[in-house]
Design a protein. Sequence first.
Length: 235
Amino acid sequence: MSDEGRAVVAAVKAVAERLEAERSHLTELDSAIGDADHGGNMARGWSAAAEEVAELDDPDPATVVKTTGKTLMSEVGGASGPLYGGSLVFASAELEDGVTAESAVAFAETYLEKVQDRGDATVGDKTMVDALVPAVHTFKKSVETDDLSPVEALAKAVAAAERGVDFTVPIRASKGRASYLGWRSVGHQDPGATSTLYIMEELLSVAQEELEVAEEPTVDAASPTVPDGEEATED
Ligand code: ADP
Ligand code: MG
């Protein structure tokens, strides 16, 4: 498998594990202002996606992302299935020539554009868009203006998404199920913004691990060198 394809498969698996670990927390958030299915939706959808992408034969990054999106669309109903899944399928085309700083920015922008096309939400509506908009803008600026590496830029984007999640707490929902509650939605954290943050945190952590592997000096890991005269002795 290509290194890039393998890294993206690892990212999908990491996201699936994280969302499984956060299942009950996301369900709790969605039971306060929704219908208590977001944890199950995300955990089920991403675990099915992780299984699907593990089966792919030598996939490139775009194929892994597209397969993930398609699986989310077929496994997850509600608002979040088409928003997450459809937008991933659409944005995957930006990665067809591989993952570079440029293509990652294009991917992020296209993903956000599609979420907003489909869901018609803007910042302040108390949705995943509140985490995504600052994250995508920060990512783009960090790469294009501040000249940061993609991984450093992603770290900044995660921090921005975190602030976006916090911002959803005091505001009133105007889109999705939570909007039915009107002012009673105030004081609760948005589940979709929260799962978006978790996904981004896992992408960052896999990207950091990949970078470490790439930067490691090439030593033969199978036979660690022991300094002369310090060989472990058996009692
Ligand atoms: P459902 O609301 O159908 O039960 P989920 O519980 O899986 O679906 O997802 C709820 C999340 O989806 C919300 O917390 C919000 O972040 C996001 N969401 C809902 N409607 C929209 C929308 N129109 N645009 C963007 N995100 C939305
Ligand atoms: Mg729900």
